[in-house]
Design a protein around this ligand. Structure first.
Ligand SMILES: Cc1cc2nc3c(=O)[nH]c(=O)nc-3n(C[C@H](O)[C@H](O)[C@H](O)COP(=O)(O)OP(=O)(O)OC[C@H]3O[C@@H](n4cnc5c(N)ncnc54)[C@H](O)[C@@H]3O)c2cc1C
Ligand code: FES
Length: 435
């Protein structure tokens, strides 16, 4: 064989190898695409469960991890800090959402936070019947990018549940809207939470917001656009109609100014003067079909926050399409509907344990169906204070007299030794609680 033939053969072999590797890579990418764009049965890969908030703990970012509170910023204060309302801005035509710009009364600087995190507030609310004021705890997401001088939260006024006008409307949201004017003060814990933007290189980001679930998405979106992040960003935002569409001009301006920001607004019940194609892009709900129609080839990172109906349909649908669990991040604002979806742990079902509430003298068998110890106590009519129901505010902290608990996520709140947070724990052994 001549030298020229040998060189030709070697070159051909190298080219064949390169082509094979290229084809393999293309097929893998295509398989990922099919997971999102074809029906479930076409996506032949293993379906993995979505990553619950409990598993969204920060990885390898020691600079942002404070001892004992994995999701709190490093320079954060401990306990509550007093803030003054510097400015209030109504954000929607219907006047149901108001932003509050908060500055620290001590004049100090504000620690940065991860876009998507929230503040926990403690408020003293006067009793309308003239009794002593009540102290209540609530969480509100930071709705803007981190700034050194002020924090912003945006709060929706919560009415009585539909058809239940005999029940009082939401206490704190209405108190903030009606009573706390510019200049008033309130107390907040440092930013915390496990739902936040991850810094994953070049993967396109899909933000899915329903109603007031838009607030953490605004923080993420404003951060990305402020720093001219080159990643493609898709915002799917579902509201009833133009009256509920918050920060419309701001969102339109962002999508005009940033070619990588794609706004997909869905109105489920548009008014006659809402203009399709101008005010909103789609009629109906944000659903999997819309995502499949709109998103392009390849892997995406999903962030979902919205009402229970949206969370309960979309998050499992993404899972079922085989979207990697690490690529689904979600947060629930209410009593965590998705947390309640979690199946009882097999150990708990096979070996039921006894939970004793010593203060009320009740003992209940735990079979895993109650969700959390907080749900179990409430189900027994045992009064327990709660705020976030997400392990952050510390309101449900309870002393353990005997036994051990297991956490479904790492608590954000600092805990006294020998205490537990009922809202995110389940019994690990027979348990006695000081309740
Ligand atoms: C992490 C996190 C972030 C959040 N971020 C935001 C945010 O950015 N913006 C925002 O607006 N909200 C946010 N929330 C929700 C917020 O914390 C509050 O839950 C919300 O404002 C309602 O609080 P409230 O005190 O007004 O209502 P509540 O007083 O807690 O009442 C809630 C509902 O219960 C009804 N109710 C009253 N009594 C009864 C009864 N006896 N039986 C049945 N129902 C009754 C009320 O009418 C009302 O509809 C967030 C929540 C979490 C956990
Ligand atoms: S209710 Fe907030 S930590 Fe449990």
């Amino acid at each position: 064989m001549s030298n020229a033939t040998l060189v030709l053969l070697i070159t051909a072999a190298i080219l064949a190898q390169v082509a094979a590797v290229g084809l393999f890579g293309w097929q893998r990418q295509r398989a990922r695409f099919r997971q999102l764009t074809l029906s479930g049965e076409a996506a032949g890969e293993e379906v993995r469960p979505a990553r619950a908030l409990s598993r969204q703990l920060p990885e390898a970012e020691p600079a942002l991890v404070a001892a004992g509170a994995a999701s709190v910023s490093p320079a954060a204060w401990s306990g509550y800090r007093e803030f003054r309302i510097d400015r209030r801005v109504v954000e929607d035509e219907g006047g149901a959402v108001c932003s509050f710009y908060l500055v620290p009364v001590d004049g100090g600087s504000l620690p940065p936070y991860r876009p998507g995190q929230y503040l926990t507030f403690r408020l003293e609310v006067p009793d309308p019947a003239g009794g002593s004021p009540k102290t209540l705890v609530r969480c509100y997401s930071l709705s803007d990018r981190p700034r050194p001088d002020c924090y912003r939260i945006s709060i929706k006024r919560v009415p009585s549940p539909p058809g239940r006008s005999e029940l009082p409307p939401g206490v704190i949201s209405n108190y903030l809207h009606d009573q706390l004017q510019e200049g008033a003060t309130l107390w907040a814990r440092a930013p915390a939470g496990h739902f936040y933007l991850t810094e994953d290189g070049a993967v396109p980001i899909v933000l899915i917001a329903g109603g007031i679930g838009m607030t953490p998405m605004l923080s993420i979106l404003n951060t990305l656009t402020h720093r001219a992040d080159p990643r493609e960003v898709w915002l799917f935002y579902g509201v009833r109609n133009g009256a509920e569409h918050i920060m419309k001009e701001h969102l339109d301006a962002l999508s005009k100014a940033h070619a990588n920001v794609h706004l997909q607004v869905c109105y489920s019940e548009p008014r006659s003067d809402d203009r399709l194609g101008t005010d909103y892009q789609h009629q109906g709900f944000v659903n999997l079909e819309l995502l499949r129609r709109t998103l392009q080839f390849g892997r995406h990172e999903f962030y979902v926050c919205g009402p229970p109906a949206m969370m309960e349909s979309l998050v499992p649908a993404l899972e079922a399409q085989g979207v990697a669990s690490a690529d689904i991040h979600y947060e629930s604002f209410g009593p965590a509907s998705l947390n309640q979806r979690q199946a009882p742990s097999p150990a708990a079902v096979i070996n039921p344990v006894a939970v004793r509430f010593s203060g009320s003298g009740k003992t209940v068998a735990w079979d895993g169906s109650a969700g959390s110890l907080l749900d179990l106590a409430e189900g027994q009519g045992i009064p327990v204070d709660s705020g976030c129901r997400a392990g952050s505010c510390g309101t449900c902290e309870t002393r353990i007299e005997a036994g051990e608990v297991a956490y479904r996520q790492q608590p954000d709140a600092d805990l006294k030794p020998g205490h537990c947070l009922l809202c995110i724990s389940t019994p690990k052994t027979d348990l006695t609680l000081a309740l």
